[in-house]
Ligand binder design. Structure first.
Ligand code: PGA
Length: 253
């Protein structure tokens, strides 16, 4: 049976203030209820997860934007995968380029992935090149990032992960600057081929490949129909419930 398509809202540090965040959560939950063919995941700032977890109601799932590389111990400011699970979170974004830019290493990403899986969370592993060169150098960068990030993951756990292809050059721009459906199609095939060769699994055991980088109402439909992906990781457009609803509608079909 085909997997459900998935749309994940990465709110980053938005919206400003508790009241607005609560309103956004309620509005997006109502949109998600309308588009039942899509699995909708909302990732607010972590301080809100515990409260929002009580408001999930089956229409949306909750995701964290990060998790600790450690199971527990003296790491001030970190929070654990087991605690996320205990409060009702089921997804976690790992290795986002904005965290990698703050110093997160492939090793830390790999440990986070392992802990997420161990604790029953679905990790969303973000990979993506800084720029596309005409010689295709970016493909080896992508390959290396993918394999290093996955080094802590066993073959049997591969299908428990989601891989988000997020080219850095496309993040935080507009639909016109995002990847084109044909380039996305090729890149998604490339990622699948790399994983099939490396892990020798059947295609049905591959992780879902999704796309992130300026997904907006204007490009969601063409990217989902021709991009060879199983969903989206949506940044800025997820801060507007109307836009986010349009994206859910396109994916719902
Ligand atoms: P964007 O962000 O949709 O604003 O490009 C995507 C992301 O960073 O996950």
């Amino acid at each position: 049976m085909a997997r459900k398509l998935i749309v994940i809202a990465n709110w980053k540090m938005g919206p400003s203030g508790y009241k607005k965040a609560r309103e956004l959560f309620i509005s997006e939950k109502a949109k998600a209820k309308k588009y039942r063919k899509v699995k909708t995941v909302l990732c607010p700032q972590s301080v809100l997860l515990s409260e929002f977890s009580k408001m999930q109601n089956g229409s949306v799932s909750l995701g964290a934007q990060d998790v600790s590389f450690a199971e527990g111990g003296s790491f001030t400011g970190e929070f654990s995968a087991s605690l996320l699970r205990d409060i009702g979170v089921s997804f976690v974004i790992v290795g986002h380029s904005e965290r990698r830019a703050l110093g997160e290493t492939d090793d830390a990403v790999s440990r986070k992935l392992g802990l997420a899986v161990k604790n029953g969370l679905t990790p969303i592993l973000c990979v993506g090149e800084r720029e596309r060169d005409i010689h295709g150098e970016y493909l080896s960068i992508l390959r290396q990032q993918l394999f290093l990030s996955l080094s802590g993951i066993q073959r049997k756990d591969l299908s428990k992960i989601i891989v988000a292809y997020e080219p850095i050059w496309a993040i935080g721009k507009t639909a016109d600057d995002a990847v084109t459906p044909d380039k996305l199609h090729q890149t998604s095939l490339f990622i699948k081929k790399m994983l099939l060769e490396r892990y020798g699994v059947s295609p049905s055991s591959l992780p879902a490949i999704i796309y992130g980088g300026s997904v907006e109402p204007d490009n969601a439909e063409e990217l989902i129909s021709d991009g060879n992906v199983e969903g989206f990781l949506v940044g800025h457009a997820s801060l507007d419930a109307g836009d986010f609803g349009e994206i859910l509608k396109s994916v719902n079909g």
